[in-house]
Design a binder for this molecule. Structure first.
Ligand SMILES: N[C@@H](CCC[C@H](N)C(=O)O)C(=O)O
Length: 282
C-alpha cells in the first residue's frame, strides 16, 4: 500500500506539511489537501508545500492553503522550505533560491542570525488593478467602505497575493477577527478574495496583528500578512521601516528597503515527520 512521507514545520504557529512531489504519486487536488490539513481526521495544517527539483530550477515550490486553493506566495512557507532543505542536508548554501510555480518568480532565502532566516519577498504594489480590488481609484489606501452593515477603513497592497489591512484601536476577540475578516476577505470588492489583517499600532517599531487568511481562515501567524501590515503602516507614517510584528503565535521582524521591496525574518522549526496512512488518501 502506498505510504507518502511528510514533514510538518511551523513558523510562529503557522504550520505547513511539506511533501516531495516525486513521493506524491496522486493528483494534487482539493480533496486530498483538505483531508491532510484536517485537524481532526487528518494530520492538520494551515497548508501544504509540494517541492520539486529540475535542471531549470534547482528548487521549486507549489503552495496550497488548507481549503485546497493554490496561493502565489507564502513567507512562512519559504522559511519552512529553506529550513527543510538544511535539515535534510539538501542544501549547504547560505542563500537558497526558490522558484514559486504559481507566480513564476524566484525568491531568495538568506541565513540571518540566531537560527533565523530572512526571506526577500520582492516588490509590492499598491495599484488597484494589481491587487486586484474592484475600484476606479488608482490605489486603495485609506478608503471608507460599507460591507454588510459595517463601515471599514481599508488599505490594500499586493505582494503577489492580495492583502487588506484595517487599523484598529483595540484588540479584537477571535470571533470578531473571524466574522469581520471573512466579511471583508470574501466581499465582491476582491475578485480573488483577500487576506485580512487587523493591525494595532503599539509603537513606531511594534505592531500587533490578527489575521483572517484567504484559504485558511483564522490563523496564529502569517508572514505575508505581517509584511502587509508593516508596508501599510509605514505608508501611512505610523511606523518606521523596520518593525516587529506581534501575533498570537509569536513575533517576526519586517524590513522595508525604501525601493518598495520587503523582507521578513523568522524561525522555522520541525514539528514531526512521518508517513500518511493510506486510508487518508484513498
Ligand atoms: N501563511 C502564509 C501566507 C499564505 C497565503 C494566503 N493564505 C493566500 O492565499 O494568499 C505566510 O505566512 O506567508
Amino acid at each position: 500500500m502506498m505510504r507518502i512521507p511528510f514533514d510538518k514545520y511551523h513558523v510562529s504557529g503557522n504550520d505547513y506539511l511539506i511533501c516531495a512531489q516525486t513521493d506524491w504519486e496522486l493528483p494534487i487536488n482539493t480533496t486530498y489537501i483538505k483531508s491532510l490539513c484536517d485537524r481532526c481526521n487528518g494530520i492538520g495544517a494551515d497548508g501544504i508545500l509540494f517541492w520539486s527539483t529540475s535542471t531549470e530550477h534547482k528548487w521549486s515550490l507549489r503552495i496550497y492553503n488548507s481549503d485546497g486553493t493554490e496561493c502565489e506566495k507564502s513567507a512562512n512557507g519559504l522559511l519552512i522550505f529553506a529550513q527543510y532543505l538544511k535539515d535534510n542536508g539538501l542544501s549547504q548554501h547560505r542563500t537558497i533560491e526558490i522558484f514559486l510555480c504559481k507566480l513564476a518568480e524566484t525568491i531568495k532565502v538568506n541565513e540571518f542570525a540566531d537560527g533565523c532566516d530572512s526571506v526577500q519577498l520582492g516588490r509590492y504594489y499598491f495599484s488597484s488593478d494589481k491587487i486586484p480590488v474592484r475600484s476606479n481609484k488608482e490605489t486603495f489606501i485609506d478608503q471608507q467602505v460599507v460591507i454588510g452593515d459595517e463601515k471599514f477603513n481599508l488599505n490594500c497592497v499586493s505582494l503577489g497575493n492580495p492583502h487588506c489591512v484595517i487599523f484598529v484601536d483595540r484588540e479584537l476577540s477571535m470571533d470578531e477577527v473571524i466574522n469581520k475578516g471573512r466579511l471583508i476577505g470574501q466581499s465582491t470588492l476582491f475578485p480573488d478574495k483577500a487576506n485580512v489583517i487587523f493591525a494595532l499600532i503599539r509603537s513606531e517599531t511594534l505592531i500587533k496583528i490578527e489575521v483572517w487568511e484567504r484559504g485558511a481562515g483564522y490563523i496564529q501567524s502569517s508572514g505575508m500578512c505581517a509584511c502587509a501590515a508593516a508596508i501599510l503602516s509605514y505608508t501611512r507614517k505610523y511606523t518606521k521601516n523596520k518593525v516587529t510584528i506581534e501575533m498570537q503565535g509569536g513575533e517576526v521582524t519586517v524590513m522595508l528597503n525604501g525601493r518598495d521591496e520587503v523582507s521578513l525574518s523568522g524561525k522555522a522549526e520541525l514539528i514531526c515527520s512521518g508517513d500518511v496512512a493510506p486510508h487518508i488518501i484513498n
